[in-house]
Ligand binder design. Structure first.
Ligand SMILES: *[C@@H]1O[C@H](CO)[C@@H](O)[C@H](O)[C@H]1NC(C)=O
Ligand SMILES: *[C@@H]1O[C@H](CO)[C@@H](O)[C@H](O)[C@H]1NC(C)=O
Ligand SMILES: *[C@@H]1O[C@H](CO)[C@@H](O)[C@H](O)[C@H]1NC(C)=O
Ligand SMILES: *[C@@H]1O[C@H](CO)[C@@H](O)[C@H](O)[C@H]1NC(C)=O
Length: 253
């Protein structure tokens, strides 16, 4: 008898800590509770019964779940759709068919907004990552897939990159427990003034060379054309003048 009571107490103590599983969702999205009910069972939100499954058919009890709760007769799983923040809370799936009850703690988060990255100033390479709606959002800076800086409560997070690291791959990630979005940064392009400077010089050099070549070619062409015109003019003049001479010469042939 005493042993039974002790076992019951132990069960009561253990139940809350082992049963609850965390689930996260995004506003507007949906979530499927993995515990299936195929023949007979309930889904409960807090203390309210939301729906019942009897003989392989679901009946919604709570009116507000009418267009919100789906149940698959194939898998036996419940899906809550069009999630809102007030859908957060404890859900329990009671399988009467097997006596199993599984509790889920659902937390619904706003969709994460994409972060933007800009360079601060022009002397050193300081990158500022910002997010519009920072509530419940953590900002993280990754260098080659490793977190180098993070802040869970700030709308912006700066990072200083040294020149020897310009070739590394950097990205800023905005994350909440439900999802995350990232923004890659090409540091060499954003912060490499020497690199862009050299590029520009090269381009300038090339256009200068092209300019010189074009000038030389123009001068040569003009010269050739000039010579040709002069030659023809020179040839024609004597022809006209020496006309009689030519006709005089004809008999020689
Ligand atoms: C569920 O989330 C809470 C914080 O909200 C955490 O303390 C707990 O360890 C999590 N449980 C599991 C099973 O991940
Ligand atoms: C939850 O929030 C949605 C929209 O924000 C609202 O339409 C709905 O009535 C709320 N439900 C409850 C139970 O407060
Ligand atoms: C995180 O951001 C908050 C708010 O801007 C600031 O007070 C705190 O010092 C920051 N923590 C770190 C580690 O940067
Ligand atoms: C971002 O989401 C992916 C899966 O969508 C996950 O594997 C990764 O751990 C998340 N990163 C952070 C920082 O939350």
């Amino acid at each position: 008898m005493e042993a039974q009571v002790r076992a019951l107490l132990l069960l009561l103590v253990l139940t809350p800590s082992t049963a609850e599983k965390n689930l996260t969702g995004t506003v507007g999205g949906s979530i499927t509770l993995p515990e299936p009910v195929l023949e007979l069972g309930f889904i409960i939100y807090g203390t309210k019964t939301v729906a019942i499954v009897v003989d392989g058919k679901m009946k919604i009890v709570e009116k507000m779940y009418q267009n919100k709760l789906l149940w698959s007769d194939r898998t036996g799983c419940f899906t809550i759709t069009d999630l809102q923040k007030n859908d957060s809370g404890i859900y329990a799936v009671d399988r009467k068919e097997s006596g199993v009850s599984t509790a889920y703690k659902l937390s619904v988060f706003d969709s994460v907004s994409a972060p933007t990255v800009n360079r601060l100033g022009s002397d050193s390479c300081v990158l500022l990552c910002e997010v519009v709606n920072a509530e419940e959002t953590t900002l993280l800076w990754y260098k080659d897939d490793e977190v180098v800086k993070q802040n869970s409560s700030a709308p912006s997070l700066s990072l200083t990159v040294h020149e020897q690291d310009y070739k590394s791959s950097y990205r800023c990630v905005a994350a909440n427990p439900a999802e995350n979005k990232s923004e890659p940064v090409n540091v060499e392009e954003t912060c490499g003034p020497t690199y862009t400077g050299r590029k520009q010089e090269e381009t300038e050099d090339r256009s200068r060379v092209i300019g010189i070549v074009v000038s030389i070619v123009s001068v040569v062409v003009i010269a050739i054309v000039g010579i040709m015109i002069k030659k023809r003019y020179h040839n024609q003049k004597p022809t006209a003048a020496q006309g009689p001479e030519n006709s005089n010469r004809r008999p020689v042939h």
